[in-house]
Design a binder for this molecule. Structure first.
Ligand code: FE2
Length: 143
């Protein structure tokens, strides 16, 4: 019986989740700074909650990699967000689409890790999935 985690597979899955989470973290922080809205204070605070929880998730994903004796990512290519002056609705739609992309990545990752008997890895991703589904709901309900 296989006892060790397939670390090459876990690395591929976790690095993809990390990069998508980082890209979304950067967008949420940029929109926290740049949003213009008639409910500015609540949008500003909502976006702070978004980037805070994404930042915490990055730490957990990197530490999951380290727990498998894999290196934490050391570069993040191609970060960008919609430009200053973009409407709040477009910013929220962009964040929603980012969460939906990560949800799809996580579902595939869970299936992949479960098939490889990486129960702890799959369970970790299930936790991330629930967080992104909650954020997606909040964004859909804020437009
Ligand atoms: Fe701030």
């Amino acid at each position: 019986m296989e006892t060790a985690v397939n670390s090459a597979l876990a690395k591929t899955v976790l690095e993809k989740v990390f990069l998508e989470t980082y890209a979304l973290y950067f967008k949420a922080h940029s929109y926290h700074w740049n949003v213009r809205s008639s409910n500015f204070h609540s949008d500003h605070a909502f976006l702070e909650g978004q980037y805070d929880s994404l930042w915490e998730a990055l730490d957990e994903i990197a530490e999951r990699l380290r727990a498998l004796d894999l290196p934490a990512p050391s570069s993040v290519p191609g970060l960008s967000a919609l430009a200053y002056g973009t409407s709040k609705d477009s910013m929220y739609a962009d964040l929603l689409s980012g969460h939906e992309d990560i949800i799809a990545t996580l579902r595939l990752g869970i299936e992949t890790l479960e098939a490889a008997w990486d129960a702890a890895g799959a369970d970790f991703l299930v936790g991330r999935l629930a967080e992104h589904e909650k954020s997606a709901w909040m964004l859909r309900s804020s437009r």
